[in-house]
Design a protein around this ligand. Structure first.
Ligand SMILES: [Zn+2]
Length: 248
């Protein structure tokens, strides 16, 4: 954990530290590594789960594949990095979280604000009448039945998570919020992202442009490595050190 000390001192000393997370923080929870609507999922069948036309034709296709990635019968729980960011927030050392992930785990762990730049299943909307339901309400409606499609009691329409599917625009509010958070941060810490899926991956540049500092903890290279004052690869060690910092 010795190397993490420099990063922890930077977080403790920052006025507005922000955190930017990617797939690596969710694989720690047993969620397969996938990059959502902008990326490539190894199973070509599953890659189609984020096609909006297919969802409207056959929503059960999405809900069958989404059980392992998002719903897990309600059994997918936040992991060490999600919990560590909540601990930092309670200690006044996290101004907000930007995430590329679509599993909703930062929200469920209790982080706030969370800017989910590829959308989030925290809220679902009826495709027909726009009625909104929370993640927990949808899990309850589906009753743990694999592939079950949650239907609107008002109009009979189908609920779709507010995850950004192929063919849909990125969520503007989340993007604007993320850009503002990064621009106002004097430190942005990238956790478990290779920073290759654009335009989200360029958000940490807003911190650098405004004169802030960049730290990266990711297994594997990123295009922004040369701009980082701290470069690590062990997310579990980060989580452990951050918990200790928050409790200090
Ligand atoms: Zn409806």
């Amino acid at each position: 954990m010795g190397r993490m000390k420099a990063l922890m001192e930077a977080i403790a000393g920052a006025r507005r530290p922000a955190f930017f997370t990617g797939a690596g923080v969710s694989t720690l929870c047993g969620i397969p590594d996938f990059r959502g609507p902008d990326g490539v999922y190894r199973d070509p069948d599953a890659a189609r789960m984020f096609e909006i036309d297919l969802f409207d034709d056959d929503p059960s296709f999405f809900y069958r594949h989404a059980d392992a990635l998002v719903y897990g019968g309600g059994s997918i729980e936040p992991g060490p990095v999600h919990r560590a960011l909540v601990a930092l927030q309670r200690a006044g050392m996290c101004a907000g979280v930007v995430t590329q992930n679509i599993d909703g785990l930062h929200e469920r762990a209790g982080s706030s604000p969370v800017f989910a730049v590829h959308g989030s299943p925290a809220i679902h909307h009826c495709r027909s009448c726009g009625d909104a339901k929370t993640f927990d309400e949808i899990v309850a409606m589906r009753g743990g039945v694999p592939g079950a499609v949650p239907r609107c009691r008002i109009c009979g329409g189908v609920y779709k998570p507010d995850i950004t599917f192929f063919g849909e625009a990125l969520p503007e509010d989340a993007f604007r919020g993320a850009a503002a958070l990064c621009a106002e941060a004097d430190l942005v810490v990238v956790l478990g992202s290779s920073l290759v899926v654009q335009p989200a991956a360029s958000l940490p540049l807003a911190t650098l442009r405004a004169g802030g500092r960049l730290a990266i903890v990711n297994r594997g290279e990123t295009p922004l490595d040369r701009f980082a004052f701290f470069r690590g690869d062990d997310l579990a060690a980060f989580a452990e050190a951050a918990e200790a910092l928050a409790a200090r």
